[in-house]
Design a protein around this ligand. Structure first.
Ligand SMILES: Nc1ncnc2c1ncn2[C@@H]1O[C@H](COP(=O)(O)OP(=O)(O)OP(=O)(O)O)[C@@H](O)[C@H]1O
Ligand SMILES: O=C(O)[C@H](O)COP(=O)(O)O
Length: 394
């Protein structure tokens, strides 16, 4: 990476504004998945060990510039304190005199968690005044929020123009893994693209078609491709305006010598629900009144074989409606194939695929699970991430 990292600056005794992504799933004030908090621990612990005064900032949810009581970061502070095994002070604001006076009383190695930065309208607008107010709190800026690096906000981008600005250890790792995969992949290199819509994955498919040896398609978006091949798809998800594009991807794959894999069979249902009737059918036999909600067993086997022969696999998006057990089999089969494949480096591109891998208790078996959903998608599209661009060059 050509950006300065935490290791390039001296933080002893310094006030460090460290942007993390503590936007964790929460239900009734309880954190339901703490992966993102755990992923930020190495940077926080490093700062503590170096004797920095650690000022943590994060967004949580989408409060739209107003204080929303349920979106305070208090529960995150409590859990962080337990995980670090030390007191984490929590501020009720994210800048200003009250925060400054807390920071004045901090000792080296102390940790302060600021309030949700999205309580202020200037955050998402990347307001220069708010960025300056954040910068006034600190001597050094560390961005460890890979999950929010695709956002040009005051705490992810604006602030970097006012302080020495470096990446944290998680940010560095994410950029290294994803960067190496895209610039210098071990081959055979396979991408598995699933999820609901073609529309959301156009950029990723376009960019990956230039790089991979195998492109595997699954999930709801696969059926626009199946339709493009001239088959009827019943009530399965269809983006009619993307049929031509789907065909152009298939053509481009041929030109580039990329093996393009689509489902050859599916699990179809007479309703989008857990108690629907369901059955396996060949892909050209989807009944008119049914919808395909998962890839079928033959497809799973083909995909498993491709995965096993790959040296590197990037996976983004589930193969079916994995939230309903009946339609989770295809996504589970892909996750298991990745877990079992020896010598295959597996990169899970965040969001729903990461949630699926967690659900099947296979997270430990993956080589890298990105903490970024939207951010990893934009990275895989080949876009520059504003939160990274703004950091100091080496
Ligand atoms: N065959 C299908 N029919 C309808 N919906 C499907 C089908 N296959 C998968 N889905 C749905 O697609 C959704 C995930 O799509 P999405 O595009 O958001 O995935 P993702 O890219 O992994 O998400 P993220 O952007 O969070 O990383 C899931 O809720 C899943 O139920
Ligand atoms: O969960 C995420 O993908 C990040 O925390 C970014 O959140 P956002 O989509 O609300 O900007």
């Amino acid at each position: 990476m050509n950006k300065k990292t935490l290791k390039d600056v001296d933080v002893k005794g310094k006030r460090v504004f460290c942007r993390v992504d503590f936007n964790v799933p929460m239900q009734d004030g309880k954190i339901t998945d703490e992966t993102r908090i755990r992923a930020a621990l190495p940077t926080i612990q490093y700062l503590i060990d170096q004797g920095a005064k650690v000022i943590l900032a994060s967004h949580f949810g989408r409060p739209k510039g107003k204080v929303v009581e349920e979106m305070r970061l208090t529960p995150v502070g409590v859990r962080l304190s337990e995980l670090l095994g030390k007191n984490v002070q929590k501020a009720d604001e994210a800048y200003g005199d009250s925060v400054k006076s807390i920071i004045e009383s901090m000792n080296e190695g102390d940790v302060l968690l600021l309030e949700n930065v999205r309580f202020y309208p200037g955050e998402e607008k990347n307001d220069p005044e708010l960025a300056k107010s954040f910068a006034e709190l600190a001597d050094v800026y560390v961005n460890d929020a890979f999950g929010a690096a695709h956002r040009a906000h005051a705490s992810t981008e604006g602030i970097a123009h006012h302080l020495p600005a470096v990446s944290g250890l998680l940010m560095e790792k994410e950029l290294d893994v994803l960067g190496k995969a895209l610039s210098n992949p071990e081959r055979p290199f396979t991408a598995i693209i699933g999820g609901a819509k073609v529309k959301d994955k156009i950029g990723v498919i376009e960019n990956l078609l230039e790089k991979v040896d195998n492109l595997i398609i699954g999930g709801g978006l696969a059926y626009t491709f199946i339709k493009a091949q001239g088959h009827e798809i019943g009530k399965s998800l269809l983006e009619a305006d993307k049929i031509d594009l789907a065909n152009s991807f298939i053509e481009k794959a041929k030109e580039k010598g990329v093996n393009f894999y689509m489902p050859v069979d599916a699990i179809v249902a007479d309703d989008f629900s857990a108690d629907a009737n369901s059955k396996e059918v060949a892909i050209e036999e989807i009944p008119a009144d049914w919808e395909a909600l998962d890839i079928g067993p033959k497809t799973r086997e083909i995909y498993r074989e491709v995965i096993q022969k790959s040296k590197l696999v990037i996976w983004n998006g589930p193969m079916g409606v994995f939230e309903i057990d009946k339609f989770a089999g295809g996504t589970k089969a892909v996750a298991e194939a990745l877990a079992e494949a020896e010598g295959t480096y597996s990169v899970i591109g965040g969001g729903d695929s990461a949630a699926a891998v967690e659900k099947f208790n296979l997270a430990e078996k993956m080589s890298h699970i990105s903490t970024g959903g939207g951010a990893s998608l934009e990275f895989m599209e080949g876009k520059e991430l504003p939160g990274v661009v703004a950091l100091n060059d080496k």
